[in-house]
Ligand binder design. Sequence first.
Ligand code: CTP
Ligand code: CA
Length: 235
Amino acid sequence: MASPSAGQSLAGRTVTISAGGTREALDPVRFLGNRSSGKQGAALAEAALAAGATVKFLAAHMDVQPPAGVELVRVESALELREAALKAAVDSDVVIMAAAVADFRPAEVSDTKIKKVDGEDAPVVRLIRNPDILHELVERRNDEGGRQLIVGFAAETGDAQGDVLEHATAKLKRKGCDLLVVNQVGIGRVFGQDENSVVILSGHGAEPQSAAGSKADVASAVIDRVGAELTRVFP
Ligand code: CTP
Ligand code: CA
């Protein structure tokens, strides 16, 4: 359920939301994947629907069902998600990239199942970079001078190079998106859990905003914020 304050703040708006984790094929039966459950993306779609939006939902692998009432597009890999996202973005007022997109994919995909052979070394998997979909969406929006709000999600851990917020602030600049929703991850933390705690960073100078609670609570807070930001994008 969206919070009452969400009202119908997205009535007449089209919102594209990507969710879940991409799978990068190694051969017909194997892939490289990640721990994203798709729960946060599904909750965002519910909240956007409750706020009156038309929702295009780009679902990579999810542990939960996509919500009823969305325009559903299923995707498998980062390259498939890129194609679907660039297409859906064309007539969207808002794009929210909640999917966990694989940064790398196997350089070679075998048409046939990779077999082990006695006496031979184990195969070495070489990876190549996937395109940065969020960055591409922002560049295209800017090139076309289009009015569109673009939201990224970032899973961060602190490390020797900086704390979570330092990494996230640098990422927001790098990506060029309007909002970046940041959560701190570790094994068993966030991925697949029902509770979440995030900070929403603004690319337009606003103070960081915290939101915590169930993934539905976090989704409502993000969608409320999207509604508020749209008054800036569409004055
Ligand atoms: N994202 C994307 N395309 C990619 C990778 C990420 O669109 N190839 C999007 C995600 O959907 C998310 C945002 O970018 O909205 C941040 O993802 P994250 O993995 O935190 O960022 P990266 O730039 O991949 O940085 P890192 O090296 O820390 O993983
Ligand atoms: Ca990444």
